[in-house]
Design a protein around this ligand. Structure first.
Ligand SMILES: *Cc1c(COP(=O)(O)O)cnc(C)c1O
Length: 397
């Protein structure tokens, strides 16, 4: 029976390979950090979401280790049966307090948070208006809802207005605008001030997925809603524990009480998937505490991003503008994709790990190497990365 399928799948795999789209995985032989080793040697890592350097922070590791003794290894249950320890509630309270919401609810991942929320809060009488470049998990989550769907061009406020009007003209009961807080391929923030203004004008709710912002964007690291001065105006924040906040795993929805309460009754990835592991909960709590209480990792990250942007500009590279720790180094034009991937390869040979992205992950002709700074990078690390860019450009020609 499998024989036919095997041939079909092999053909599909061969096509992916022929298109140059195969994603090869490098195996790391060390903890996730600024300095790592892979099976092919040591490398300076500029492609992790380890923005605050907490993935191997001694205090986070110690908290997780202690939790193994205090709380055991696994939960072996979904939350509503017997999968909730007091520390799960502690983490939810801490997330809510940090983000300025009434309450929060943990999910196995942010993918699951986004996968679960839309069908619960938006039904067939409602409308969801989504930024065109929103994360895959938002796209999938919206598909699971019976609500009418509208899409607006990335950060385009004229188009958002048009779509809000269309949703209202269609007679929608509830309207929800959803956007990534920071767009991962560009490092651009969503214009949340204008989005909140428009949402207010049209009586819509606002949801922000702040996976690439929670912990490090905004003065206190609370996220893009803090950076844009709209903490009190965003209704729903989803985010991940798998990036800046220690990078373990788990996601959350922080929102008004009724939304959180309803998700606990109805969200399918919450009801039918295992609770976040005890050591991950404890480590994440510690990571959140560090993000909340100490400005130094954020300051270091900011210095690193500023230095990198300045040095790369001086070296004549084209960058997308901004302040985010995601810094796209652009290789425009027809030949850009090949060039970006050759330069990334040449950099790895020089011990600097960066990733090139091209179509279909980013638009045609806008290939790039996405550099992600971390608080765990030293000034020397940042300079080494720039030097590797220059050397690789010289080598590739
Ligand atoms: C990484 C990411 C997710 C997924 O988070 P996980 O917790 O790893 O599932 C969701 N949304 C956005 C915008 C992300 O960047």
């Amino acid at each position: 029976m499998y024989a036919d399928v095997k041939d079909q799948l092999s053909e599909e795999l061969a096509q992916i390979e022929a298109d140059g789209l195969t994603k090869a995985e490098r195996q790391i032989t060390t903890p996730q950090s600024a300095h790592i080793a892979t099976t092919s040697g040591e490398a300076l890592n500029f492609c992790a979401n380890n923005y605050l350097g907490l993935a191997d922070h001694p205090d986070v590791v110690a908290a997780a280790r202690q939790a193994l003794d205090d709380w055991g290894f696994g939960m072996a249950s979904v939350r509503f049966i017997c999968g909730t320890q007091t520390q799960h509630r502690d983490l939810e309270r801490a997330i809510a307090d940090f983000l300025g919401s009434e309450d929060s609810i943990l999910f196995p991942s942010c993918f699951d948070a986004n996968g679960g929320i839309f069908e619960v809060i938006c039904g067939k009488d409602d409308a969801i208006i989504s930024d065109q470049l929103n994360h895959a998990s938002i796209i999938d989550g919206v598909r699971l809802s019976k609500a009418a769907r509208f899409r607006y061009a990335n950060r385009d406020m004229d188009d958002l207005r048009t779509q809000l009007q269309a949703a209202r003209d269609g007679g929608a009961r509830r309207v929800l605008v959803v956007t990534d807080g920071a767009f991962s391929m560009d490092g651009y923030l969503a214009p949340l001030g204008q989005i909140c203004d428009l949402a207010e004008e049209f009586g819509a709710m606002v949801m922000v997925d702040d996976s690439h912002a929670t912990g490090f964007v905004g003065e206190g690291g609370r996220g893009s809603h803090e950076a844009c001065g709209v903490i009190d105006r965003v209704d729903i924040v989803t985010g991940t524990l798998g990036k800046a906040l220690g990078g373990g795993s788990g996601g959350f929805v922080a929102a008004h009480q009724e939304i959180v309460d309803l998700l606990k009754q109805r969200a399918r990835p919450y009801l039918f998937s295992n609770a976040v592991a005890p050591s991950v909960v404890a480590g994440s709590l510690k990571a959140l505490e560090i993000a909340r209480d100490s400005d130094e990792p954020r300051a270091q990250l900011r210095r690193n991003a500023e230095l990198f942007r300045a040095l790369m500009g001086e070296a004549g590279f084209e960058l997308l503008p901004g302040e985010h720790a995601i810094v796209p180094v652009m290789f425009p034009g027809e030949d850009g994709a090949r060039k970006a991937s050759q330069i990334a390869d040449a950099m790895l040979e020089r011990g600097v790990y960066v990733i090139a992205f091209s179509y279909p992950v980013v638009p045609k002709g806008q290939a790039r190497i996405r550099v992600q700074l971390s608080a765990s990078h030293s000034e020397e690390d940042v300079r080494a990365c720039v030097d590797a860019f220059v050397a690789a450009r010289d080598a590739v020609g």
